[in-house]
Design a protein. Structure first.
Length: 78
């Protein structure tokens, strides 16, 4: 199982809509609104790192109103 946290900047007034859309994706196991430089953070799980990339590129990044994402991939172990 691969895990990533995706920090998301949204267009003005789009955070609620994007939050709702993210909750619909089975790979998004958690999503929270934020104060600060980023508007949302989503925890994504997939079978492998390539799958995580596809979710971020083709699902999260394709949501209208997503301006920027930064993906933090979790390493398995030290």
């Amino acid at each position: 199982m691969s895990i990533a946290y995706v920090l998301i900047i949204t267009a003005p007034q789009k955070d609620h809509q994007i939050y709702s859309e993210l909750k619909r994706f089975k790979e998004v196991v958690e999503v929270y609104p934020l104060f600060g430089d980023y508007d949302l953070i989503a925890k994504i799980e997939n079978d492998d790192v390539e799958g995580l990339g596809r979710v971020v590129l083709y699902k999260v990044g394709a949501i209208p109103g997503v301006v920027h994402t930064e993906t933090l991939t979790v390493i398995e172990e030290f």
